[in-house]
Design a protein around this ligand. Structure first.
Ligand SMILES: Nc1ncnc2c1ncn2[C@@H]1O[C@H](COP(=O)(O)OP(=O)(O)OP(=O)(O)O)[C@@H](O)[C@H]1O
Length: 130
């Protein structure tokens, strides 16, 4: 078996797979400013929802939106890294198309999250200050 730092074969235990998956999340958090910004926004949204006593249904929509944004951001990072790995930084129209499409997914997901946030928080804020 290869040493852990240079492993190229399959994971042999669930724990090993988990360690590598968690390393992927950590490296994305370390390198991607957008992902850190999304994580902070998620904490603020969760705090606001708790203060405003969001209902069960609201929590489901908010958590789904948060998860989708983080998922899209991680996918975008994956696409960018794959494209950079293949092109080695050289210009390519296909590379541009892939990166722009990937960024488009993040954009649409962010629109969805904003819409969910507005639909959940406007009535909650209204009820809180009434
Ligand atoms: N190899 C390439 N060939 C052609 N166009 C490219 C290439 N690399 C990047 N681009 C163009 O530059 C844009 C930004 O590139 P990239 O996504 O790597 O930057 P970024 O600022 O790190 O993005 P993000 O803010 O999503 O992390 C892409 O959407 C694409 O239009």
């Amino acid at each position: 078996m290869a040493s852990p730092a240079k492993q190229t074969d399959k994971n042999h235990t669930f724990l090993q797979a988990l360690r590598h998956a968690w390393a992927g999340v950590r490296v994305a958090l370390h390198e991607e400013r957008n992902l850190r910004r999304d994580a902070v926004a998620a904490i603020v949204v969760i705090g606001a929802a708790a203060i405003l006593r969001a209902r069960w249904n609201d929590w489901l929509w908010l958590l789904a939106a948060i998860w989708l944004v983080i998922f899209a951001e991680l996918g975008n990072t994956l696409m960018e890294d794959m494209v950079d790995f293949v092109t080695k930084g050289a210009y390519s129209p296909q590379a541009k198309k892939i990166k722009d499409l990937s960024a488009g997914i993040v954009l649409l997901t962010a629109f969805f999250a904003v819409l969910v946030g507005a639909l959940v928080f406007i009535p909650l804020v209204w009820a809180y200050f009434r």
